[in-house]
Design a binder for this molecule. Structure first.
Ligand SMILES: C[S@@+](CC[C@H](N)C(=O)[O-])C[C@H]1O[C@@H](n2cnc3c(N)ncnc32)[C@H](O)[C@@H]1O
Length: 235
């Protein structure tokens, strides 16, 4: 996997189980084709403002998933919503490999990924008019001393607001009640977002299919109740 130039620190695991030769090959061949940013010879990325029309050709509707994990949700959404361009970012290289393999298998053309820090991507999506941002089971960092690592800070909510179009929504799921409460209370204080819905049962695709992610399955398996929230950008 290439080294990634990140503008800010990334916490958590970047590597897991040793990649298989199929996964390594998939990354090598397909990352260039499906990467949002061009890579340099040293393996870093040329971070620059993302031109979605240039990237996706004639598509006009765009969504982003932050921390797509193994790519289950992003892949399924892109498969059924072919007229929407999907962006995804993930720092965990096994997850990137897993998604790339699936994209390659069906030659999906409406996904581009950034295999690096979501902040680098968000900073280059200002004014991108996204219709949705999905954050499914963001790392909860349960210890008090680690709460500052959590994604939902004022600064990051601002960045999402700049990338979304007016009327666009942030979809969030977490199985940690205390984190859900923190997210809702941060969003309720804002005038640029309205709490459209929370504790809705599940996110459904336009076709009514339910796409479970790995961490969602883990939550149910451990009898933890996932909380689902939707926040709409209103200003
Ligand atoms: C708890 S996992 C959830 C994964 C997946 N969404 C799911 O529901 O199965 C959180 C994911 O966010 C990714 N992540 C954490 N910080 C990130 C960052 N700064 N940029 C991109 N991805 C990040 C992690 O690598 C991890 O895969």
């Amino acid at each position: 996997m290439t080294n990634i130039t990140a503008s800010s620190k990334v916490f958590g695991r970047r590597k897991g189980k040793q990649l298989s030769s199929r996964q390594k090959e998939s990354i090598k061949i397909h990352l260039t084709k499906y990467s949002v940013f061009k890579s340099r010879a040293d393996g870093s990325y040329e971070l620059q403002k993302v031109d979605l029309t240039n990237l996706f050709g004639n598509l006009k509707d765009f969504e982003l998933e932050i921390g797509f994990g193994m790519g289950d949700y992003l892949f399924q959404k892109a498969l059924v919503k072919r007229t929407t361009g999907f962006l995804g970012c993930e720092v965990f290289e096994n997850g990137v490999a897993s998604l790339l393999t699936r994209i390659r298998d069906v030659n999906l053309k409406n996904i581009f990924i950034h295999p690096g820090n979501c902040i680098d991507l968000l900073d280059n999506l200002r004014g991108a008019n996204l219709s949705a941002i999905h954050l499914l089971f963001p790392d909860p960092w349960p210890k008090n001393k680690h709460h500052k690592r959590r994604f939902f800070t004022t600064e990051n909510i601002d960045k999402m607001g700049y990338a979304l179009k007016k009327g666009g929504s942030i979809f969030v799921a977490t199985d940690i009640l205390e984190y859900a409460v923190q997210i809702i209370s941060s969003m309720e204080k804002r005038t640029d977002f309205k709490v459209e819905n929370y504790l809705i049962k599940e996110f459904k695709s336009p076709l009514g299919t339910k796409f479970q992610t790995k961490f969602e399955r883990k939550a149910y398996a451990s009898n933890r109740v996932p909380r689902y929230m939707v926040f709409q950008r209103v200003a």
